[in-house]
Ligand binder design. Structure first.
Ligand SMILES: [Zn+2]
Ligand SMILES: [Zn+2]
Length: 421
């Protein structure tokens, strides 16, 4: 028997936080939810923890971890690249909060304490985290250092998938579910539990054709993308398909790219990524931004849902040019500027709401498992119970119906509730 309390990511995407308790109390992830109206936090964890485990660096899994360390003194486990990237994101959170005069929910001291209490471990290394519990991380194929957690407790084997892709992508091998021998309870992401992604190779081809066509017409291609994972992948794709254009790389994706390069064993083909990153122009100052706009160019910038970031340094020159394009490649949360742009063709610039004459396109480069991959993972693990987290309410409900139709027990958690399995 194991008790799971849902502190977040229950019928929603964001603020992943799950407390697993069979006598030992272990917290899985402690993220935030990014909404158009600000950050939402997971429910507080009031109990004394024996350990915490972090699946990967994305803020919806790590964003509130330093806050936990205001009161906690437990060891936390994650892969080395997860810690390196999370630190960049935590300091960025402090910076943004400072600029906006907001409270970040933690300080530099708590970041330092989180780091001090973090024990980084690589994939496939067995680690006893209490007298009765152990973990092994396996590659989740989602971003650099992303992990599936195999958690063995007194009486139960719990597998927490984190976010995963069970399909080879440009930078990552598929998730390593085959290595897991035992699973009683599978806590799985459900982001795309109701649908499959389009074929990856077709998406890549359509994307590079549109990029090259825009360049050949004399336009600019703006690629506002997530700093962690997506911007590095797009640069790799542009290089692999030999797009003929100067590529500029601007924003926080640069520091994350350095961590990708420093962790070659966590990538499928680090040499390809290195040569792609060697060829792009790393934008260091305003002069380079101007230079990027002097000729047809591809600009990989932040942020993925256009809620700020370096894309706004280029938009004033690009939005009114019908030969240029803005291409979105990630999930767009409702009401974010990226989603609004896709739906209405309009954007806010310097306080003005303007119609965008440049082309606006979306490509599905998702780093999350589609429905078929989710079911394939489940059939490999063959658990007694499947707990569906990290999915919108309607998606999670449909996903759970499908799981039950395959003969598995499915749990759709409610925020704040505890289930015993
Ligand atoms: Zn993620
Ligand atoms: Zn996530």
């Amino acid at each position: 028997m194991v008790k799971i309390t849902f502190k977040g990511a229950s019928q929603e995407v964001g603020r992943s936080a799950f407390l697993v308790d069979d006598g030992d109390k272990i917290l899985l992830d402690y993220g935030v939810k990014l909404t158009p109206h600000g950050l939402e936090y997971p429910l507080p964890v009031k109990t004394n923890l024996d350990a915490s485990v972090v699946s990967h660096a994305h803020l919806d899994h790590t964003g509130n971890l330093p806050h936990l360390f205001q009161e906690t003194n437990c060891l936390t486990y994650m892969t080395p690249p997860t810690l390196d990237i999370a630190k960049i994101l935590w300091f960025d959170t402090l910076k943004i909060a400072g600029l906006e005069g907001m409270d970040a929910n933690f300080s530099k001291d708590e970041i330092a304490k989180t780091e001090k209490f973090t024990f980084p471990i690589g994939y496939r290394k067995h680690m006893d985290i209490t007298d009765h519990s152990s973990i092994v991380f396996h590659d989740a194929g989602h971003i650099v250092g992303s992990a599936i957690t195999e958690l063995r407790m007194r009486n139960s084997a719990v597998v927490y998938t984190g976010d995963f892709r069970y399909l080879e992508t440009r930078l990552h091998a598929p998730a390593q579910f085959e290595r897991i021998k035992e699973c009683d309870v599978m806590i799985t992401e459900s982001t795309y539990g109701d649908r499959d992604h389009p074929d990856r190779k077709h998406t890549e081809k359509a994307f590079v054709e549109s990029v090259q066509g825009t360049i050949d017409r004399g336009g600019h291609v703006l690629l506002p993308s997530f700093a962690v994972g997506r911007s590095q992948e797009l640069i790799d794709v542009l290089h692999e398909y030999k797009v003929q254009a100067p590529v500029y790389f601007d924003g926080m994706g640069q520091s994350v790219a350095r961590i990708y390069l420093a962790n070659p064993s966590y990538l499928k083909d680090h040499k390809a990524l290195r040569s792609a990153l060697d060829k792009v122009n790393w934008v260091k100052n305003v002069k380079m931004r101007k230079q990027a706009l002097k000729q047809p160019s591809v600009i990989v910038c932040t942020s993925g849902m256009m809620q700020g970031g370096s894309v706004y340094a280029y938009l004033p020159e690009v939005y009114n040019d019908k030969n240029s394009k803005i291409m979105l490649t990630g999930y767009q949360v409702a009401e974010t500027p990226g989603k609004v742009l896709l739906e209405t063709g309009r954007i806010n610039l310097d306080g003005l709401n303007v119609a965008v004459k440049a082309g606006v396109e979306r490509y599905d480069f998702s780093a999350h498992a589609g429905r078929e991959e989710l079911f394939r993972a489940m059939n490999v693990l063959n658990p007694q119970h499947v707990v569906c987290v990290h999915g919108d309410a309607e998606v999670t409900r449909k996903f759970a119906e499908g799981i039950r139709a395959e003969g598995f027990d499915a749990v759709v958690p409610e925020l704040g509730r505890t289930v015993e399995l």
